[in-house]
Ligand binder design. Structure first.
Ligand SMILES: Nc1ncnc2c1ncn2[C@@H]1O[C@H](COP(=O)(O)OP(=O)(O)OP(=O)(O)O)[C@@H](O)[C@H]1O
Length: 125
C-alpha cells in the first residue's frame, strides 16, 4: 500500500441538549492533528497533548446549509462528514477495491458519535 497501514483519528462532537442544560465545559482543544485535554481542576498545569493521524474538531464552527448539511461556518477548523469521508472512508474503499483486506471501526462511549462518523444521519450521511 505504500503508506502506513493503520490510521487513528479522534473527533469531538457538539454538546447535546443534556450537556448544554448542565452547562458542560469543553475540555478538549485541537490544532492540526494534535488533541489537547485540559484538567479543569488544575488550570495552571497546561494541557496534555496527544498526536493522532487526524484530530477532527466538530464541536462548533459549523452552520447548516439549505439541504440540512452541516458545514464549515467561515474560517473555522470544523471537520465535516465530507472531510472525514475524504480522509478515512475513501481510503478504505480504495484499498478494498484493490483487493486488500481492510476495516474501519469506531470506538467510544454511548452517544459519543460513532454511528454519526461511520454512516451519519439524514442529510449528514
Ligand atoms: N459530529 C457530529 N456533529 C453533529 N452531531 C453529532 C456528531 N456526532 C454525533 N452527533 C449526534 O450525537 C448523537 C449521538 O451520536 P451517535 O448516535 O453517532 O452516537 P454513538 O456513539 O453511535 O452511540 P451508541 O453507542 O449509543 O450507538 C446523535 O444525535 C448524533 O446526531
Amino acid at each position: 500500500m505504500g503508506e502506513e497501514s493503520l490510521k487513528v483519528a479522534v473527533r469531538v462532537r457538539p454538546f447535546n441538549s443534556r450537556e448544554k442544560d448542565r452547562h458542560a465545559k469543553c475540555i478538549i482543544k485541537m490544532h492540526d492533528n494534535m488533541t489537547m485535554i485540559m484538567n479543569p481542576d488544575t488550570p495552571n498545569e497546561g494541557p496534555k497533548k496527544f498526536t493522532f493521524d487526524y484530530s477532527y474538531w466538530s464541536h462548533d464552527g459549523f452552520k447548516e446549509n439549505a439541504n440540512g448539511i452541516l458545514e464549515k461556518d467561515g474560517n473555522t477548523n470544523y471537520a465535516s462528514q465530507q472531510d472525514v469521508f475524504d480522509n478515512l472512508g475513501q481510503r478504505v474503499l480504495d484499498n478494498a477495491f484493490e483487493g486488500y483486506n481492510c476495516s474501519l471501526f469506531a470506538y467510544g462511549q454511548t452517544g459519543s458519535g460513532k454511528s454519526y462518523s461511520m454512516v451519519g444521519y439524514g442529510p449528514n450521511r
